[in-house]
Structure formats: structure tokens, C-alpha cells
Design a binder for this molecule. Structure first.
Ligand SMILES: Cc1cc2nc3c(=O)[nH]c(=O)nc-3n(C[C@H](O)[C@H](O)[C@H](O)COP(=O)(O)OP(=O)(O)OC[C@H]3O[C@@H](n4cnc5c(N)ncnc54)[C@H](O)[C@@H]3O)c2cc1C
Length: 469
């Protein structure tokens, strides 16, 4: 059968694109080599990690905070099997949900490895080795990304002792000592999970700050809070070796600026140094689909690859490796294929770290504005001065708003605090409409809410003064 669109890969980019294509009246098929739909995000990424983050946060709350609120439950006991079962059940309900949506939207689901044979042709090879050829007017490559190792270091991921994020979501017991190589989002989220459950966690990071591209203020304060929780950091440290040793492993690193090497041992090592675009077995070279200098599928501003009728999106192309970025691109590509004007505003893509406290950010950081020579005002408000935060024993963190000094247009918003991942969207919507800090300061905010801190920071940016400080 000939399709209007074949999507290869069913992560948030691919499956959203397939649904949107079907909604726009295009006959669509989706090819997935995994047994379940949903890609990295639903199977081994966003969703299982958030299930573990939530469960471990509840455990930690019961251990540390409930008594302060007058709730005596005794010392909580960890049932790791039940916690992992909760995670697995969460994954199942989500991947089943995507399968349901494919059926509902009449998208054909083809299980197997997709290969691009050229303009309008794809082959799908099943696990039994049987290959079928299908035709489509348009092909969308949405094959995502895979774990990247450490440049120049031979890392043997056995997913038992030396693990990637996938193995770190499956540990059957709480490690005594866990070393996390990489102080980015995934490393700090999963490091937090195992720290809360009782592991001694040490993070080794090449840069001299955690959360590399995030606003410097936020990352400094965030690191301090994680240190208060007991996580240890070795920053500015270049890992030169990760090796198994006895029942555990050893990590060797040296100061980036030069100096003596150090080796630390651990029961488990999580290597979370980033992800790389996944283009294996797609046959792109033979099909004439070009890659860029970083191994990503090369696209123009309309997600069109070097071959007419072949598009690419999500983690396999340029831009932040985020599920919601992939989803937005999925919708945009479907609209373009349907002859509409699909568009994604890359200046307003929120980014969240789901630890406790959370980190959330949208737009430019202070460092970026300085580097670009843009004059700006800063409005800041701490949660320690917010009534709701105090009532919830969540006084850590702050809201920071960066606005253009001349026009007051909001250029960046950075948040650190309990649940700020849900609060960042107020800023994102404002920025999408080109709003000013005064626009954020004027609307009535319900009391008592954590969101009042956003308004207070906006008052600080717009008028130089918040009310409650
Ligand atoms: C531990 C972890 C936590 C994360 N947490 C978050 C988070 O909280 N928020 C967030 O925004 N992002 C998060 N991410 C990143 C997020 O998962 C990715 O950005 C997102 O999944 C990218 O979507 P995608 O559709 O481009 O690709 P993917 O989700 O990677 O999906 C690609 C799919 O293509 C399939 N595939 C590949 N090649 C072929 C082929 N030749 N034929 C058929 N199928 C193929 C793969 O099996 C896979 O299912 C996390 C990632 C990890 C690892």
C-alpha cells in the first residue's frame, strides 16, 4: 500500500507527527523497531525517570519532612521491587496509550527496523529478518538518540555495574556508593533518586558548573542545595577511565586545569555524559541523506533533508534534545507536509530538571545576554518570602526574570524551587506573545500560590521593587 507519510521512529517526535498527519487527512504509517511505541521518552527516559523521581521524593519526604508537619509515620521502609513495579506500570500505561492513539487515528503501526531506500521508499525488516518495501510520498526520520560515551574513554556499559540512564532506572538494590559521570540534567535527576533512597552519590563533571547551559545563578544555588542534600561534586574534572574492579568499579579523573589524577571506587557508576543522534541502519548515505558535522541529520529551517520528500526531526536533528521540542517539530512537519505553515519558536522552549527543588528555565540566560551585549534588568524574588512556600516547607530557591532594559520585553525566566516545572509556562506564554515584565506583574495572581513569586519577580524587574520584600 502507498502512504502519504511514513514516519520512522515512534518517540514523542515520531508518534506526535504521525497523529497530526492523520488528523490532517494524510494516510500514515509509523515504523518502530522496539516492541512498544513511545521511544526513549516513554520507555527508558522521561516517564520512568519521573516515576522514580516522584517515588523517591515521597520516600525522602516521609523520612525528613512529615514529622515537621505533625505527621508521625515512623521510619519509612523501602520496597524497591514495588517502586520499580510502579515505574514499569507507569511506562506500560503510557506506551499502551500511544498504541491506542495510533488505532484511534488509523495510523498503521509496522514493527521492524526502517531503512530509507531513497525518495518515497522505505524498507521494514522484522525480527524474523523478513523485509517489506513500502512507498510513501513523504518520509519522516524520527529515530531519536542513543547514549553517548565519554570522548576518548573506553566505557564498557554492562548496565549492571557501569550503567547508562537505562540501567540506572533498573538497579535492583540501592547502591552503597554511586559515582555519576556528568553533572547534566539526567545525571543529577538519577543521582537524586538514588541519593534519596540512601546511596552515597558523587558527581564528576568536566565543566566548572553543573547544568552546563543553565543560568549561572541558578546552577550555583542548585548545586549548593544538592550539596545540602548530601551529594558530593568534583567539578572541572576530566574523567580518564571507568573500569570494573572487583564487584564494583573505579573512576579515574584529573583536574581539567592540570594536576594529579584521582581514583574513586563505587558499587555502580552512572555515565550520563549526553546523548548522540541515532542513525544506525537507516541507510542514509546510500539514500543521499546528508548528516551535519555532528552526525545529526542535516535539515533546513523546514525540517527538509537533502533529499526531496524526506524530513527529519527530534533528537536526530539539531536543537535541544527534549521531548517537547521533538513533539512540536512533529506537529510542524505534519503541517508542512499537509501544505500548511508549520513553525516552532526555538527561542521559547522551556527546560526543566525534575529534582527537588526543580529547575525550570525559558529564554536567554544572563550569561547569554552579557555575551550578546544586550542591556537588561533583573527582577528576583526568593521563595523564602512566599507564604505558600513556607507553609509547604519549601523555602529554597527563587524566580529570576531578565527583561530588555529599553523595551521591558522579557528575554529569559529562570526558576529554582518546589514544582517550578509547572510554573514556567506562565513565562513561556508571556514570551510567546512578546510580553514585558510589566505584563507579568499586572495580572492578578491567586493567593497563596508559589506563582505569586513570579509576579513579585516581575514587579522587581518592571518597577525595581517587589511588594513583599
Ligand atoms: C533518562 C532520560 C530522561 C529524560 N527526561 C526527559 C525529560 O524529563 N523531559 C524531556 O523533554 N526530555 C527528556 N529526555 C529526552 C527525551 O527522551 C528525548 O528528547 C526524546 O525522547 C526525543 O524524542 P524523539 O522522538 O526524537 O526520539 P526517541 O524518543 O529517541 O525515539 C526514537 C525511536 O525511534 C526508534 N528507531 C530508531 N531507529 C529506528 C529504525 N531504523 N527503525 C525503526 N525504529 C527506529 C527507536 O527505537 C525509538 O523508539 C530524557 C532522556 C533520558 C534518556
Amino acid at each position: 500500500m502507498a502512504y502519504d507519510v511514513i514516519v520512522i521512529g515512534s518517540g514523542p517526535g515520531g508518534y506526535v507527527c504521525a497523529i497530526k498527519c492523520a488528523q490532517l487527512g494524510l494516510k500514515t504509517a509509523i515504523v518502530e523497531k522496539r516492541a512498544t511505541l513511545g521511544g526513549t521518552c516513554l520507555n527508558i527516559g522521561c516517564i520512568p525517570s519521573k516515576a522514580m523521581l516522584h517515588a523517591s521524593e515521597m520516600f525522602h519526604e516521609a523520612e525528613t519532612s512529615l514529622e515537621k508537619l505533625g505527621v508521625k509515620v515512623g521510619k519509612p521502609k523501602l520496597d524497591i521491587k514495588a517502586m520499580l513495579a510502579h515505574k514499569d506500570a507507569t511506562v506500560k500505561s503510557n506506551v499502551d496509550g500511544v498504541a491506542f492513539l495510533m488505532k484511534k487515528n488509523k495510523v498503521d503501526w509496522l514493527t521492524g527496523t526502517g531503512k530509507v531506500l531513497g525518495e518515497g521508499k522505505v524498507s521494514v525488516t522484522g525480527e524474523d529478518g523478513k523485509e517489506q518495501e513500502i512507498e510513501a510520498k513523504n518520509v519522516v526520520i524520527a529515530t531519536g538518540s542513543d547514549v553517548a560515551g565519554i570522548p576518548g574513554v573506553d566505557v564498557d556499559f554492562d548496565e549492571k555495574v557501569i550503567v547508562s540512564s537505562t540501567g540506572a532506572l533498573e538497579l535492583s538494590k540501592v547502591p552503597g556508593r554511586l559515582v555519576v559521570v556528568g553533572g547534566g540534567v539526567i545525571g543529577l535527576e538519577l543521582g537524586s533518586v538514588w541519593k534519596r533512597l540512601g546511596a552515597e552519590v558523587t558527581v564528576v563533571e568536566y565543566l566548572d558548573k553543573v547544568l552546563g547551559p543553565m543560568d549561572g545563578d541558578v546552577s550555583k544555588q542548585f548545586q549548593r542545595l544538592l550539596e545540602k542534600q548530601g551529594i558530593k561534586f568534583n567539578l572541572g574534572a576530566k574523567v580518564t577511565g571507568v573500569k570494573k574492579s572487583g564487584k564494583g568499579a573505579e573512576v579515574t579523573f584529573e583536574p581539567v586545569k592540570g594536576g594529579d589524577a584521582e581514583t574513586i571506587s563505587a558499587d555502580f557508576v552512572l555515565v550520563s555524559t549526553g546523548r548522540k543522534p541515532y542513525t544506525d541502519s537507516l541507510g542514509l548515505e546510500d539514500a543521499g541523506v546528508k548528516l551535519d558535522d555532528r552526525g545529526r541529520v542535516d535539515i533546513n529551517d523546514h525540517w527538509q533533508t537533502s533529499v526531496s520528500g524526506i524530513y527529519a526531526l527530534g533528537d536526530v536533528v539539531k536543537g535541544p534534545m527534549l521531548a517537547h521540542k521533538a513533539e512540536d517539530e512533529g506537529m510542524a512537519v505534519a503541517e508542512i507536509i499537509a501544505g500548511q505553515h508549520g513553525h516552532v519558536n526555538f527561542d521559547v522552549i522551556p527546560s526543566v530538571v525534575y529534582t527537588d527543588p526543580e529547575v525550570a528555565s525559558v529564554g536567554k540566560t544572563e550569561e547569554e545576554l552579557k555575551a550578546a551585549g544586550i542591556e537588561y534588568t533583573v527582577g528576583k524574588f526568593p521563595f523564602s518570602a512566599n507564604g505558600r512556600a513556607r507553609a509547604m516547607l519549601a523555602p529554597d530557591g527563587f524566580i529570576k526574570i531578565l527583561a530588555d532594559k529599553k523595551t521591558d520585553r522579557v528575554l529569559g525566566v529562570h526558576m529554582l524551587g518546589r514544582g517550578v516545572g509547572e510554573m514556567i509556562h506562565e513565562a513561556a506564554v508571556l514570551m510567546e506573545f512578546g510580553g514585558s515584565s510589566e505584563d507579568l506583574a499586572r495580572p492578578c495572581h491567586a493567593h497563596p500560590t508559589m506563582s505569586e513569586a513570579v509576579r513579585e519577580a516581575a514587579l522587581a524587574a518592571a518597577f525595581g521593587k517587589p511588594i513583599h520584600m
